[in-house]
Design a protein. Structure first.
Length: 492
């Protein structure tokens, strides 16, 4: 990978006087997208009972969304670049609202699965447009750090906020509102985006790479589908290996095609920058190591400690607050110290918090051990997400802002999908081994917790890998960030 930290910026105009209002609109939309990946988790038992979904098929309430979202992100990023980021931002919001309405009114499992897939599809258009709008609107390093602080805080805290919101809506209204709540949020965001968000688009070569789009989308969908099958058949299952193998093969062919294309869907120059490539790779492993934590703690809170869905959701609230507060701190530290060591300290905290969770027992109480661990992890994540977003889009240029943000989202989304499937398999295997070793008839709380703690241990190790990747590959300094400052916002 190239070690050049900065690249020339494109032609630009005066700073957008509405940029902070635009950031508020983008933040609302990003929160909606991030929430939707987790808001139905706590409502899943109610959804399953109401619609008569089998245990084998209930996963599709989650994976129908993640498959479509992860599979179409790269294409969504390129569409936003070429057709206009503001335009696709609004189209994505409108489509997301329509899909949410369809899901909220669902009377059958098939209707709900279809609606969740549509949500993922429009989310794949909305998410890269939102992140790239920040990149092309804020070009001063200090302002950009603050903007990414807001975005990173929302991205990091969104999963936990979704669990809280899901618990509240399910207990006091119904599971339908976990989807219907998106409709008024999207309408408000559209109304605010029209006057406050400035349009920008790529210039020059704006042809679509149709073969690349087909290969990337089919490869990612096949890979994620194979991973989800591991929860049913195990990692050695025929469907798991077949679909993962097909996915990896298609993605390998995709890279070859992109290297020869005159208008690639994923310009490989985006990955060749050492700092940017390191950010993408670290983001992938953060997704693998982190997101299964919410799944394990949700089961622990409800299955072991006996909390209601609402109570379980509220127990994640300190995590959300911690990420938001530390993201604000990261935005202040980033211009002063640069991204490398700010994020390295975040990894140290996140790993320490995850290791604290490995000491859980069925008698562990929330206030004594789990709350401190959640706070430590959340502070670490705020220090990770903000610099990671900033480095991933640093000096990317106007032409590739959308696809660069899509690669970051794809890295995190695919990493999260892999992590949930992989670590859940690790946990269930550890639980099964405990049952056999102790001659039990069925899993006891001790057996279940043995699985959870094994998953936390693997999560800590995977986050350590991400931290090493970050420190080794990301060498950008605060001087590199300041050298790319411009008093202008690049627009098409």
């Amino acid at each position: 990978m190239a070690t050049t930290a900065s690249e020339p910026l494109p032609l630009a105009t005066v700073p957008d006087p509405r940029r902070w209002k635009a950031l508020a609109v983008i933040a609302i939309a990003q929160l909606m997208v991030v929430l939707d990946a987790s808001i139905v988790n706590i409502a899943l038992p109610s959804i399953q009972e109401d619609l008569g979904i089998s245990d084998a098929n209930r996963q599709w309430v989650i994976t129908a969304y993640t498959l479509a979202f992860g599979g179409f992100l790269l294409l969504g990023g390129r569409i936003a670049d070429f057709q206009g980021r503001k335009r696709m931002f609004i189209v994505g919001l409108a489509g997301f609202a329509g899909a949410s309405l369809l899901g909220g009114l669902a009377q059958t499992a098939e209707m709900l699965f279809a609606a969740r897939a549509l949500q993922g599809l429009f989310g794949a258009l909305l998410a890269p447009a939102a992140l790239s709008l920040i990149s092309v609107t804020f070009t001063d390093s200090k302002e950009r750090a603050k903007a990414f602080g807001v975005f990173g805080g929302i991205s990091g805290a969104g999963a936990a906020i979704g669990l809280v919101a899901g618990g509240i809506l399910t207990e006091y209204l119904s599971w339908h509102w976990c989807l219907l709540v998106n409709v008024p949020i999207a309408i408000i965001a559209i109304m605010l985006a029209i006057p406050f968000v400035r349009e920008s688009r790529a210039t020059g070569n704006t042809k679509y790479d149709v073969p690349g789009a087909i290969l990337a989308t089919a490869g990612l969908v096949s890979l994620v589908y194979g991973i989800t099958q591991a929860q049913i058949e195990g990692w050695n299952g025929a469907s798991t290996l077949t679909f993962m193998g097909i996915g990896l093969l298609l993605l390998a062919i995709f890279i070859v095609v992109e290297s020869k294309s005159t208008h690639p869907l994923l310009p490989l120059r985006i990955l060749e920058n050492r700092n940017r490539g390191g950010a993408y790779l670290a983001a992938f492993f953060v997704g693998v190591g982190l997101f299964a934590m919410f799944l394990f703690l949700t089961f622990f809170f409800q299955g072991i400690l006996g909390y209601s869905p609402l109570q379980a959701g509220l127990l994640f609230l300190p995590f959300s607050a911690g990420v938001i507060l530390s993201a604000g701190l990261a935005s202040q530290l980033l211009p002063r110290f640069g991204p490398r060591w700010v994020t390295a300290s975040g990894f140290v905290l996140a790993i320490a918090g995850m290791l604290l969770l490995t000491m859980m027992t069925p008698e562990t109480q929330y206030l004594g051990q789990i709350l401190p661990a959640l706070i430590i992890i959340s502070v670490g994540m705020g220090l990770i997400f903000v610099p990671m977003s900033a480095v991933a889009l640093f000096a990317i240029g106007n032409h590739d802002a959308g696809v660069a943000s899509a690669v970051l989202n794809t890295s995190q989304q695919i990493g999260g999908s892999i992590g949930i499937a992989f670590l859940n398999t690790i946990a269930t295997s550890a639980t099964a081994a405990y049952v056999v070793a102790n001659n039990l008839q069925q899993p006891t709380p001790e057996a279940l917790v043995a699985g959870f703690t094994r998953g936390f241990a693997w999560g800590a190790g995977i986050l350590a890998v991400a931290g090493v990747i970050w420190v080794v590959l990301v060498t950008m300094t605060k001087k590199d960030m300041a050298a790319n400052d411009s008093p202008t916002a690049h627009v098409g």
